[in-house]
Design a protein around this ligand. Structure first.
Ligand code: NAD
Ligand code: GLY
Length: 359
């Protein structure tokens, strides 16, 4: 096995490594050292565990450990599931030195990280992402949380993991639609801050579509490097971290109004990024050709570029509930062109309506 690509999220005493490579889950010798205490709970789900749990468990010999398998799906990212994790920790006799290992996609990572933030006011956890989206986005940066009936991710905590262990062999079993949804978040890093990366993605679109191991490893590494740098500068999203939400205000509204499950998060983000790019052109902030370039890349990567038919007023109402808004005013992440995103307060609703209605 070749050495993994290694990055660090630089947060002083809470800094942690990101390892990206093939076969890492079974390579306990590399990561076992990040588990400090004597107790470990692996949290996974009914889809991922049959594929990958034994690789992780076999590295835990000598520890008191248990595994909790939750049902699959966003519908289970709830306080009830967090309660199940707490009950498992109690059965295990987990004290403050226990570690949670989150084996799965962003749903498991967010949920297990949230439980780790709460148990005895905060214990260690390790992210073991198995989706592309989780490898390039949700496992890095310490945002954890659960959904409420009133909305997504409304309850949560910033709680950084001790390590991110991204075993890229797991991506071989990821359904094609989930894989493409992860590519949308990869494109986002180029769109917001790295025009050269967007060029590189365009040049390697065929290899990405074929899940070429080398190209995919580089795409994950460059994405994680972008996110790690932003998180290191703005851990609690007081400023620049909000740029990571490019396309997300439109995207969340699409997910909400279409009904959760109709569009995957990454699909909604792809459509949302394009809407943000078109809005930027409409209000004279950015060249229209940049939106066209983004559209052609998203198409090449097999991502949707237009939403299902949805009512613009309902979409706008959903956008008004976004966490980034301040004092009832819409704050959007727009761009001045590829690689140059910024936060724009107080965008005219008439312009947003034009973009939402242009299908
Ligand atoms: P997910 O966790 O639901 O995984 C997608 C599907 O793929 C699931 O059915 C899962 O069981 C399955 N799966 C996972 N790995 C697999 C594998 N290797 N082989 C086969 N099937 C596999 O979805 P996701 O896209 O990974 O994450 C979405 C979640 O992440 C959302 O809840 C979103 O809010 C959250 N998120 C969080 C952050 C953050 O910063 N914390 C950022 C972005 C998204
Ligand atoms: N996914 C957005 C963030 O981590 O800030």
């Amino acid at each position: 096995m070749s050495a993994p690509r290694t990055l660090e999220v630089d947060l002083g005493e809470r800094s942690y490594p990101i390892w990206i490579g093939e076969g890492l889950l079974a390579d306990g010798a590399r990561w076992r050292g990040v588990i400090g205490g004597t107790h470990a709970l692996v949290v996974s789900n009914a889809t991922v565990a049959p594929l990958y749990l034994t690789r992780v468990e076999s590295a835990l010999n000598g520890l008191r450990h248990a595994s909790l398998l939750l049902p699959d799906g966003e519908a289970h990212k709830t306080l009830d599931s967090a309660g199940e994790i707490f009950a498992s920790l109690a059965r295990l006799g987990a004290s403050r030195d226990a570690t949670i290992l989150a084996l799965g996609g962003g749903v498991i990572g967010d949920l297990a990280g949230f439980a780790a933030a709460c148990w005895m006011r905060g214990i260690a956890f390790v992210q073991m992402p198995t989706t592309l989206l989780a490898m390039v986005d949700s496992s890095v940066g310490g945002k954890t949380g659960v959904n409420l009936p009133a909305g997504k991710n409304l309850v949560g905590a910033f709680h950084q993991p001790r390590a991110v262990i991204a075993d890229t062999t797991t991506l071989a079993t990821l359904p094609a639609r989930e894989y493409r949804a992860g590519l949308a978040e990869v494109v986002k890093y180029g769109a917001i801050a790295d025009a050269a990366f967007l060029d590189w993605l365009q040049a390697h679109a065929d290899a990405l579509n074929a899940r070429d191991a080398q190209v995919l490893g580089e795409a994950i590494e460059r994405s994680c490097a972008s996110k790690a740098a932003i998180v290191a500068r703005d851990e609690h999203e007081l400023g620049e971290r909000a740029l990571l939400n490019f396309g997300h205000t439109f995207g969340h509204a699409l997910e909400t109004v279409a009904g959760y499950g109709t569009l995957l998060h990454g699909e909604a983000v792809a459509i949302g990024m394009l809407q943000a790019a078109r809005l930027s052109s409409l209000i004279g902030r950015a060249p229209a050709e940049d939106a066209q370039r983004l559209e052609s890349l998203l198409r090449e990567l097999g991502l949707p570029v237009a939403p299902p038919p949805l009512d613009s007023e309902r979409l706008l109402a959903a956008m008004r509930l976004d966490k980034k808004n301040i004092g009832g005013r819409l704050r959007l992440i727009l761009w001045r062109g590829i690689g140059q995103a910024d936060i724009v307060p107080d965008v005219e609703e008439s312009a947003i309506r034009s973009v939402l209605g242009a299908y």
